[in-house]
Design a protein around this ligand. Structure first.
Ligand SMILES: [Zn+2]
Length: 430
């Protein structure tokens, strides 16, 4: 397949060139101006269109897709632990196999409509643990996106559920070795809901599977305060102590980490994921994202996987806190998510060069102003949104054409999802 006549933009270093892209199998095999079609090759006219890499959401919880408009808790939460107890832990307790399936389908469909093609999901369903990651993987592959999945191990539901969570991570990591669209990490909730013995078990899984851990780290001050009170150390020290801070680990939020802790994370080769919309919505504080270093990525933490919207929030947050700031950091975070996906899948993401995965988005983007490498960050922040997404390709296959997700019957999925959501909310109210 030959994509002809587009402007092709990549995030870091920011670059825009006029180029044709040739796709074979699941990869980009050629890039250049004026590529001629081979015999029998299909040609897509991309004049007035902008091709960018499929975006990567580096931390989210797709189970929250059916929370849209759900009744508010009877007593309004005042603190972050309150928000967890009265809202999210009520929701995850009520999840069953059907609601896991439809929330993953809806989240995947909406991700594609936003031009996002890979999701790092952090899943919890305490009453439906075994096999839950396969349900999500099934939904993602039906839509055609990539997923990096894990089950959120915690002690909040007792020992039996903790062990079931560990087993689900172990089983999934063993099962998905050869799936081109799926990978796994070792999931864990957060230091303040994990006992020492759980962290030891998580560290064992990390070593056995040579994997990273995916965990919330210092999202709210409570994680830091409770960890210090109970264990006499910081969140990062505690992970290190139990061998759970491995290379390739994904630490979400990092709002209340110290400079020393940020340094330890970088030395370990672990990633920090900034989730600005969630941080603001939960009122947990502003992450020191300008000090996150090279291994920094962007996540949506339960919000729709619209990475340009999240990048805007990152940019606004930075300016709100620090005053004038270039838009480059937001673009660097988008690229960080690409590089995180590259390290997990072991394939080049985010470059749109020959050899890279053919995960890309064709935007309808007739720019009213010059578009160059030096200003592409502003075009990304002010010009790109779900409404400009026209076609989406993952692994060389179109999964969205002319703005419509083509891989599943979207109307039918939404109809069934609404029914599953009503039942889910009923269970939550019990
Ligand atoms: Zn999260």
């Amino acid at each position: 397949m030959l994509l002809k006549g587009a402007s092709v933009a990549t995030h870091h270093p920011p670059r825009v060139t006029r180029a044709d892209l040739r796709i074979e199998g699941d990869s980009i095999v050629d890039r250049g101006a004026g590529l001629r079609p081979h015999k029998g090759e299909s040609v897509e006219d991309c004049t007035d269109r902008l091709i960018v890499p499929g975006q990567v959401c580096a931390h989210t919880h797709v189970y929250s897709a059916l929370s849209r408009g759900m009744p508010a808790p009877r007593i309004a939460p005042r603190t972050f632990p309150d928000i967890l107890r009265r809202v999210w832990w009520k929701l995850d307790e009520a999840l069953d196999e059907e609601s896991i399936h439809y929330s993953a389908l809806v989240a995947a469909i909406e991700a594609v409509r936003c031009g996002t093609t890979t999701i790092f999901d952090h899943h919890a369903s305490p009453n439906a643990i075994a096999g839950s990651l396969d349900i999500i993987r099934g939904a993602f592959s039906a839509v055609g996106i990539r997923g990096v999945l894990c089950y959120e191990v915690t002690d909040r539901g007792g020992r039996q559920r903790r062990d079931a969570g560990l087993a689900e991570n172990d089983r999934f990591l063993s099962a998905i070795r050869h799936d081109p669209l799926a990978r796994g990490l070792v999931g864990a909730h957060a230091s303040f809901t994990l006992s020492d013995s759980s962290l030891v078990a998580l560290g064992d899984l990390v070593r056995f599977h040579q994997s990273g851990i995916h965990i919330h780290a210092a999202e709210a001050r409570d994680d830091v305060v409770l960890t210090a009170r109970r264990h006499g150390c910081g969140v990062v020290d505690r992970l290190e102590r139990h061998g759970a801070l491995s290379e390739g680990s994904v630490l979400a939020h990092g709002v209340h980490l110290t400079t020393r802790e940020l340094g330890r994370i970088a030395e370990a080769g672990a990633w920090l994921v900034h989730n600005p919309r969630s941080n603001m919505n939960n009122g947990v504080g502003h992450a020191p994202v300008e000090r996150f270093g090279e291994l920094a990525a962007l996540g949506t933490d339960g919000w729709r996987a619209d990475m340009f919207e999240e990048a805007r929030a990152a940019h606004f947050g930075l300016r709100h806190r620090l005053g004038p700031a270039a838009p480059d950091l937001a673009l660097r975070l988008l690229d960080g998510s690409q590089q995180l996906a590259a390290s997990v899948f072991g394939m080049p993401f985010g470059t749109l060069e020959p050899g890279a995965v053919a995960d890309l988005v064709v935007h309808d983007y007739r720019s009213p102003t010059p578009l160059t490498g030096s200003n592409v960050a502003w075009h990304a922040l002010t010009g790109l949104h779900p409404g400009t997404v026209r076609h989406v390709m993952v692994g060389g296959r179109w999964i969205c054409r002319d703005g419509s997700v083509s891989s599943v019957d979207v109307a039918e999925v939404y109809r069934r999802a609404a029914r599953a959501a009503a039942l889910l909310w009923k269970r939550m109210a019990r």
